[in-house]
Ligand binder design. Structure first.
Ligand code: S3P
Length: 445
């Protein structure tokens, strides 16, 4: 499903206290992985709580094109009958991942281990994003890229390997997408495929592979890294997957409740995997009143109920090694930082430059146009918090859902309204964002 909506602008205005209890949609990372592993398994996989956003629906469509039976059985409930490891069929249509780097890169890995040819494509944003970082290890495993050029940009044609080779690979950047692509290709290779990362990235692929029956071992490597070894050619069997609520989506109501005076909200079933909780750690350091209760776990993924109350925030320094655990949250953290007292220094943000947009530049632009002082120093972002935000700016969203949601959150507490040029990309990850926030008391429109 390629994004086709017309630009749809929206304004956020100063709101009364936010209140209520909501469940944000299912985790995007886990939703993609559940569909892909379901498609690579034998037997039925039942998923509940799937994120039905455009990014994930594009992955579902790709799994169908690759031969899996994928059915929606109810609200957020899906059933998949897979083809087994290495069993993908030749797709008859190009695989279009729309706005989604995760869907595209993970499926490249899964296809690389199968003797088929597939065309990968995406929207204008995805066509600018680097694919070499995933194609390099997949070529070492025997896959061939037949188009796409040196830069490896989409659209490109990937020939999967007839006899994929297991490799030992050190990821050049902390990226769960690169790690996952190698592991998914390694499923079809004989023997051990090992990925070493110097900074641990989200481990949902590892946890879910185990849940589907693969043998996979993860050990510490150096102070912040991991060494992950997968035994190839397992028989994956269909499994039940309950998708917890997405902490990266929860980030928006959390920051909104912190900055809108008098707010008190509760978010249920939020995934609290420690490799995803960098934002909560940082916000607590800033003085945020965030409490987690009712902790429980499913398929190795912990979750909790989160209560957030409006808080007086102070600026902090965020260390670079925290980046992988909050890589998608810096935009909305920058909004919180603008309402804090004192500077917030966020270090080591180079990976933000290759997301759905150049998020380092886009974050600075979003704040500047609303009267916040902000500086980019190398790969660091420094936001001068002054306890309030003037607002009255028009924010360019650059086909990036998280810019749109961050700017709208900022407008709920700024002195003057904040306008965004296009909210349509919010549908990629959080289709109900606008009504859900309105339900909590947000003044949009
Ligand atoms: C994701 C990994 C991250 C993140 C993305 C989802 C995943 O990307 O930004 O939104 O599900 O593996 P990188 O692994 O490239 O940092």
């Amino acid at each position: 499903m390629t994004h086709s909506a017309q630009p749809s602008p929206l304004e956020a205005r100063s709101s009364g206290p936010l209140a209520g209890k909501v469940r944000v949609p299912g985790d995007k990372s886990i939703s993609h992985r559940a569909l892909i592993l379901g498609a690579l398994s034998v037997g039925e996989t039942r998923i509940s709580g799937l994120l039905e956003g455009e990014d994930v629906l594009n992955t579902a469509k790709a799994m169908r094109a690759l031969g899996a039976q994928v059915e929606r059985t109810g609200e957020f409930a899906w059933s998949i009958r897979g083809v087994g490891v290495g069993g993908f069929a030749q797709p008859q249509v190009p695989l279009d991942f729309g706005n989604s780097g995760t869907g595209c890169r993970l499926v490249m890995g899964a296809v690389a281990g199968c003797p088929i040819t597939a065309i990968f494509d995406g929207d204008a944003s995805l066509r600018t994003r680097p694919m070499r970082r995933v194609l390099d290890p997949l070529e070492l495993m025997g896959a061939r890229v037949r188009a796409g050029g040196e830069s490896g940009r989409l659209p490109l044609t990937l020939n999967g390997a007839c006899d994929p080779l297991p490799i030992l690979y050190r990821t050049p950047v902390a990226s769960a997408q690169i790690k996952s692509a190698v592991l998914l290709a390694g499923l079809a290779a004989p023997g051990a495929t090992t990925v070493i990362e110097t900074e641990a990235s989200r481990d949902h692929t590892e946890l879910m592979l185990k849940h589907f029956g693969a043998q996979i071992v993860s050990t510490r490597e150096g102070p912040h890294g991991r060494r992950i070894t997968l035994t190839g050619q397992p028989e994956l069997h269909g499994a039940e997957v309950v998708v917890p609520a997405d902490p990266s989506s929860a980030a928006f109501p959390i920051v909104a409740a912190l900055i809108v005076q008098g707010s008190d909200i509760v978010l249920s079933d939020v995934m609290t995997n420690p490799l995803r909780t960098g934002l909560m750690t940082t916000l607590r350091e800033m003085g945020a009143a965030i409490e987690a209760s009712e902790r429980r776990g499913d398929a190795g993924e912990p979750m909790a109920q989160i209560r957030v109350r409006a808080s007086k925030l102070r600026g902090v320094e965020v260390p670079p090694e925290r980046a992988p655990s909050m890589i998608d949250e810096y935009l909305v953290l920058a909004v919180a930082a603008a309402f804090a007292e004192g500077p917030t220094i966020m270090r080591g943000l180079q990976e933000l430059r290759v997301k759905e947009s150049d998020r380092l530049e886009a974050t600075a632009a979003m704040l500047r146009v609303n009267g916040v002082r902000v500086e980019i120093a190398g790969n660091d972002l420094i936001v001068e918090g002054r306890g309030h935000v003037p607002g009255n700016g028009l924010v360019a969203t650059h086909m990036d859902h998280r810019i749109a949601m961050s700017a709208l959150v900022m407008g709920l507490a700024s002195d003057q309204p904040v306008k965004v040029d296009d909210t349509s990309f919010i549908a990629t990850s959080f289709p109900d964002f606008i009504p859900m926030m309105r339900g909590l008391g947000a003044a949009f429109g």
